[in-house]
Structure formats: structure tokens, C-alpha cells
Design a protein around this ligand. Structure first.
Ligand SMILES: Cc1cc2nc3c(=O)[nH]c(=O)nc-3n(C[C@H](O)[C@H](O)[C@H](O)COP(=O)(O)O)c2cc1C
Length: 149
């Protein structure tokens, strides 16, 4: 079973709500789960072998400010994260068209850049058609939780 860290990137709470909904599901599957919305350095990731990034988009395709320090540190320092696996749930809104889920997509790229191995396909949740982001995420996690044993 995996030691999972859920990394939350949020401005107005939806990503945190999704994290709170998924944590017990992962725990019931036997995983150890922590949630962090303030991770800023590689050291914050070290105690876990699997990372689940749940990241909203703000501004114009931008990463939320609470997770921006971590994304910038990883991009700048390019630490070797090949010992980590990760998954991404990106929250966005299709009405923003060109920048849909830009925050989650950027964070996904940064982890890829550092050599972390992606598990499953990125989930992209559209707030304009899916008012409750945790519902889609709860369906997605049913497959993902079995991929990270
Ligand atoms: C000011 C503002 C700007 C946004 N910009 C984008 C965007 O560029 N692309 C996108 O896909 N969604 C965008 N969104 C939608 C949010 O990402 C979406 O509502 C998400 O669920 C918010 O999650 P949070 O509550 O965790 O911050 C924006 C929302 C706001 C309020």
C-alpha cells in the first residue's frame, strides 16, 4: 500500500473539497494519506512515494498562489523525483476555453520534468458542466486507487 500525499492547489476551496472527499476513499483502500495545501519544497514530498495533485486554475490559466511556490521550486531546481509516482486532478472551467485547466496542466508538466512517473490519465473537471467537482473525482479515484499499490 502506498504513502500518498494529496497536494492541494486552491483559491476558493473546491480543490480542498475534492481532497477531503478522496482522502477517506484512499484510506479505505489501505493507503496512508496526508493532505498538504502549503507544500513549498522538495523536503515536503520526501515522506511519501505517491503524490496526488488536485489543482485549480485561476487568473488566465494560472497556478493557484498556495501551490505556486512548490511549482516554481521544482521548475527551478529540477530535483530527481523518479522515485515518486503521481496523479493529477485539474479543476477548471470550459468557459475559459484556451486556458482550460491550465493550472493543473502546468503542475503536471513540472512533475514530469522532474522525472516523476505519472499514474493514470489526468482528470480535468469542468465547473461549467459539473457544479460538484467531487462527484467526478470520486468516480475517477475508483480506478486510480488500484493503480498505486
Ligand atoms: C478569477 C477566476 C479565474 C479563473 N480562470 C480560469 C482559467 O483560466 N481556466 C480554467 O480552466 N478555469 C478558470 N477558473 C475556474 C476555476 O479553476 C474553477 O472554478 C475551480 O473549480 C476553482 O477551484 P478552487 O475553488 O479550488 O480555487 C477561474 C475562476 C476564477 C474565479
Amino acid at each position: 500500500m502506498a504513502k500518498i500525499l494529496i497536494l492541494v492547489g486552491t483559491e476558493s476551496g473546491n480543490a480542498q473539497m475534492v481532497a477531503d472527499a478522496l482522502k477517506p476513499v484512499l484510506e479505505d483502500a489501505g493507503h496512508a494519506v496526508d493532505v498538504n495545501d502549503k507544500a513549498a519544497s522538495v523536503g515536503d514530498l520526501e515522506a511519501h512515494d505517491v503524490l496526488l495533485v488536485i489543482c485549480a486554475t485561476h487568473g488566465s490559466g494560472d497556478i493557484p498562489t498556495n501551490i505556486l511556490p512548490l511549482a516554481e521550486t521544482l521548475e527551478r531546481e529540477r530535483p530527481d523525483l523518479s522515485g515518486h509516482r503521481y496523479g493529477v486532478i485539474a479543476l477548471g472551467d470550459m468557459t475559459y476555453q484556451d486556458t482550460f485547466c491550465g493550472g493543473g496542466k502546468k503542475v503536471d508538466q513540472v512533475f514530469e520534468l522532474c522525472g516523476a512517473r505519472k499514474v493514470g490519465e489526468r482528470l480535468e473537471v469542468d465547473a461549467s458542466s459539473q457544479p460538484l467537482p467531487d462527484e467526478e473525482a470520486l468516480a475517477w479515484i475508483e480506478g486510480w486507487k488500484n493503480l498505486v499499490d
